[in-house]
Design a protein around this ligand. Structure first.
Ligand code: C2E
Ligand code: MG
Ligand code: MG
Ligand code: MG
Length: 278
């Protein structure tokens, strides 16, 4: 009896896993065709200077217009894309799209940012002569290397540190600056901060969320900003949502930049243009 019950339980469990796997598998397939059929879209979020809220840059953030499910957010498909390796094609699509957008902004007199940031998974850096392919792409669109920055999450850095280091150095030698994204949430040792040639440090918004009430978060924030400054990084704070949070950061250091809902969420290009590039 007990055994039978156990087996039922296991087969129920397997079925649930199966359905889950199937869902993931389907989504991965759909993503490939979304990529081919132009169903992916980039939104843009402003990055502004703390001192006067003037526009500094924009981060390009991907969205998926799904025929049945509507707008799918990156957190619901980027992990699947990483798992299946599709993330490499996604990354090249993002670069193409951003280059094209930069061309358009420039020819229409709308180039009002210093640079556009794109998110690249560290896996991609190790494939197909990344730096040279990247540079060729910029040349093709006549985009300057200082027009684009590459954001790489701290978490994704862990594998193959040495090879990643070479690619980032090669990019930097060619004028392309890289940012560490979601700083403070990975488990990597701080020594990579001096080994890897990063230029921008983006502090994860996890630390902003509890900021107003939590003295420890404020202490961590102060420390991370200070580390960034002392190592000559440009520091960007992510996720400032209200005036209280902004005041706290401004008091700590008003030379940082920030992005957050208090200025604007990521917007489709026409709205971003309307609000920030006029
Ligand atoms: P990220 O690169 O750290 O991007 C910042 C995320 O924080 C964005 O979420 C943005 O909408 C959100 N955010 C900004 N300000 C605020 C705020 O004040 N409050 C709150 N609650 N959230 C804020 P999004 O667009 O959903 O992207 C999530 C993550 O997905 C990104 O985090 C990035 O890791 C990944 N991602 C997005 N686009 C791409 C892409 O094109 N390629 C790759 N590889 N990853 C991407
Ligand atoms: Mg980012
Ligand atoms: Mg981030
Ligand atoms: Mg993030």
């Amino acid at each position: 009896q007990a055994k039978k019950h156990g087996q039922d339980h296991i087969s129920y469990y397997n079925k649930a896993l199966d359905t889950e796997r199937k869902k993931v598998f389907n989504l991965q397939h759909e993503l490939v065709s979304a990529l081919r059929n132009d169903k992916l879209e980039l939104y843009y979020q402003p990055i502004v200077n703390m001192k006067d809220d003037s526009l500094r840059a924009a981060e390009a953030l991907i969205r998926w217009q799904h025929p049945e499910q509507g707008l799918i957010m990156p957190e619901d498909f980027i992990p699947l894309a990483i798992e299946s390796g599709i993330i490499i094609d996604v990354g090249w699509w993002v670069l193409d799209t951003v280059c094209r957008q930069i061309r358009i902004w420039k020819t229409e007199g709308k180039w009002k940012v210093n640079y556009v940031s794109i998110n690249i998974n560290a896996k991609q850096l190790l494939k197909n002569n990344f730096a040279q392919t990247f540079l060729a792409k910029l040349a093709e669109y006549e985009v300057k290397s200082s027009d684009i920055k590459i954001e790489i999450t701290e978490t994704s850095l862990i594998d193959n540190f040495e090879m990643t280091q070479d690619v980032i150095l090669e990019l930097q030698k060619n004028g392309i600056k890289c940012a560490i994204d979601d700083f403070g949430t990975g488990y990597s040792s701080l020594s990579y901060l001096k080994k890897l040639s990063f230029s921008v440090l983006k502090i994860d918004r996890e630390f902003m969320s509890g900021l107003v009430t939590d003295e420890e978060n404020i202490a961590l924030m102060r420390t991370m900003i200070s580390i960034g400054k002392q190592l000559n990084y440009n520091v960007v704070i992510e996720g400032i949502e209200d005036a209280f949070q902004k005041e706290i950061i401004k008091k700590i250091d008003d030379t940082v930049s920030y992005q957050g809902y208090i200025v604007s969420p990521p917007l489709p290009e026409p709205e971003f243009r309307e609000r920030f590039l006029n």
